[in-house]
Design a protein around this ligand. Structure first.
Ligand SMILES: [Zn+2]
Length: 114
């Protein structure tokens, strides 16, 4: 259940932002999460509900955008998105991960102090 610790770190960051920015409430949270994080969306929203209970974030809607995998071959520059594959163009195992490890807050909907 690494979703819980993931949610806890996001909620901590959001509470800090609320305090700094003077927001009274956050009504919507959108996250971008890379597929390599292996997050189960159902467990994630359950964890979010549990962790935000009794906080100003309680009742906020949570949306998650999956970020697909993207590799680039270090030999020839070919890009592809399948896990555990060799480069489909030249067969090289040398690759860098361009996308798939994201864990970001994409956008928020907030209520501010008047
Ligand atoms: Zn290649």
């Amino acid at each position: 259940m690494h979703e819980v610790s993931l949610v806890e770190s996001i909620v901590t960051a959001l509470e800090k932002m609320m305090e700094e920015e003077g927001w009274t409430q956050i009504s919507e949270v959108r996250l971008r999460i890379g597929v390599l994080r292996q997050v189960n969306p159902e467990i994630l929203s359950f964890a979010f509900e549990t962790v935000t209970k009794g906080t100003p974030l309680e009742g906020a809607r949570l949306f998650v955008t999956d970020v697909p995998l993207e590799y680039r071959c270090r030999e020839c520059g070919q890009m592809w998105g399948e896990e555990d594959g060799l480069c489909p163009a030249c067969g090289s195992p040398s690759r860098e991960t361009l996308a798939g490890m994201e864990l970001e807050i994409e956008s928020l909907e907030v209520e501010e102090n008047p």
